[in-house]
Design a protein around this ligand. Structure first.
Ligand code: URA
Length: 433
């Protein structure tokens, strides 16, 4: 087999065989296929697309490029959750203890943030003392005893994705459904869960800008799950504005705690109940979505979800007093309001620009390995559809430096005020098998 023939066949629109796809992935990972051929291949895929059979073969070839995690030591059906990314996305912080509190095991492997979207690890590490370094044995033990643990993703998982993603990032082939779907699903499958719930975000703060693209990505990932025998469901959610009000690590932890206390923002609560119901159903712990939702709501109300969050923090070395005393979380030196420059309604909010502004304040990383300011970020006071009067605070900037003119200018560009507006729906569609 020769790589040039595989590239040519894809360029001309033929369906590749699993053997050809495996040849590419194996060769690229072991270094016999160079970057220039891999980038020609990914660009051919970008333009020619892939069939479901090709996508399944690509995903499996990627899974087999590295180690896989064995979670069989954990009792019960393990359901993983993944989001294609958003701004202010603190969903996992609420969802994981909530689902665990109704008895469903949550064995979560997760990552750090890069660019305008934050990472769950960074958010958790803003809790003093919290650590995600767990041996595989300790991880299994914690989930068996307390139903919840979160750890970093092993670097030995899916090396093909690390190489391919870095290449796609600099060669203009990130936004390809078969490449995104295989990238995400290979990591989920290698991480060993029995079932997978996916959140596919759409809008200006997401990879997928419209519902058509988001639906194709969601359906493709659900098919891959089916193909490998893992129950999979996907929810298409709106990311045309940040989720909740807080953007930035410690600020998001505080909002997550408020939500676990039953006081959080409505959109976050609704999203968590929707994703949580699917997780509980796929785990076989409820017969239908209504029963699953009832159980989750009860757990939020009677404090069991909050108590699960407390024991989770304790088990991973964190200070549980942050729950009753959020002032123990890192807090920024300055809090600066951004006043509205006109009156009207919020017509649009550019989530990505808000995420980038938070990153400039130090809440996120421009490059891998950058240090993070856990206290920095933005708290919105208005969302799309809200009425504002000139001079009202649109948001508060949490910062350790007073010179933030560029950030303020970016934020003004991110928020549009006009005469009329409609609130976007949060959940666009749910896709199950
Ligand atoms: N997230 C991933 O993990 N992979 C992609 O290709 C895109 C988003």
């Amino acid at each position: 087999m020769r790589m040039v023939d595989i590239i040519t066949r894809k360029r001309d629109g033929y369906e590749l065989t699993p053997q050809e796809i495996r040849f590419f992935i194996d060769g690229y990972v072991n270094g016999t296929i160079p970057d220039y051929q891999a980038s020609a291949f990914t660009m051919a895929v970008y333009f020619r697309d892939m069939t479901d059979r090709e996508i399944a073969a690509l995903t499996l070839a990627m899974v087999h490029s590295g180690e896989t995690v064995d979670l069989s030591g954990i009792q019960g059906i393990k359901v993983d959750k993944h989001s294609t990314g958003g701004v202010g996305d603190k969903t996992t912080l609420v969802l994981a203890p909530l689902v665990a509190s109704v008895g469903v095991p949550v064995a979560k492997m997760t990552g750090r943030g890069l660019g305008f979207t934050g990472g769950t690890i960074d958010k958790l590490e803003s809790i003093p003392g919290f650590h995600i370094e767990l041996t595989p044995e300790r991880f299994v033990e914690l989930v068996n005893n307390n139903r919840i643990a979160v750890t970093g993703q092993s670097s030995a998982l899916v090396p093909a994705d690390k190489k391919l993603y870095a290449l796609r990032d600099v060669t203009g082939s990130v936004e390809s459904v078969p490449l995104i779907a295989s990238s995400i699903m290979s990591k989920k499958i290698a991480a060993g869960a029995d079932a997978i719930v996916l959140e596919v975000t759409m809008g200006n703060g997401a990879f997928m800008k419209d519902e058509r693209g988001a639906a194709r990505l969601a359906e493709t990932m659900v098919h891959i799950g089916q193909h490998v025998g893992k129950k999979t469901a996907a929810v298409i959610t709106d990311m045309s504005q940040p989720l909740g009000f807080a953007v930035g690590n410690a600020l998001e932890v505080k909002e997550a705690i408020d939500t676990l206390k039953g006081r959080g923002p409505e959109d976050l609560k609704e999203l968590v109940l929707t994703l949580g119901s699917l997780m509980v159903m796929l785990a076989g712990a409820a017969s239908d979505a209504d029963e699953a939702r009832r159980r989750l709501r009860a757990s939020l109300k009677n404090g069991r979800a909050l108590e699960k969050f407390r024991s989770f923090i304790v088990n991973q070395g964190g200070d549980p007093d942050v729950i009753d005393h959020p002032e123990l979380l890192p807090s920024a030196k300055y809090q600066i309001d951004l006043p509205a420059r006109s009156s009207g309604r919020i017509t649009a909010m550019h989530a990505k620009r808000i995420g980038l502004a938070a990153m400039q304040l130090g809440a996120g990383r421009a490059a891998k390995g950058d240090a993070i300011h856990y206290d920095a970020g933005i708290v919105l006071h208005k969302k799309i559809g809200d009425q504002v009067r000139k001079g009202d605070a649109l948001l508060t900037i949490h910062t350790d430096t007073e010179t933030i003119e560029e950030v303020k200018a970016g934020l003004y560009q991110a928020i549009e005020i006009g005469p009329e507006s409609a609130e976007p729906p949060l959940i666009h569609r749910i896709i199950t098998e």
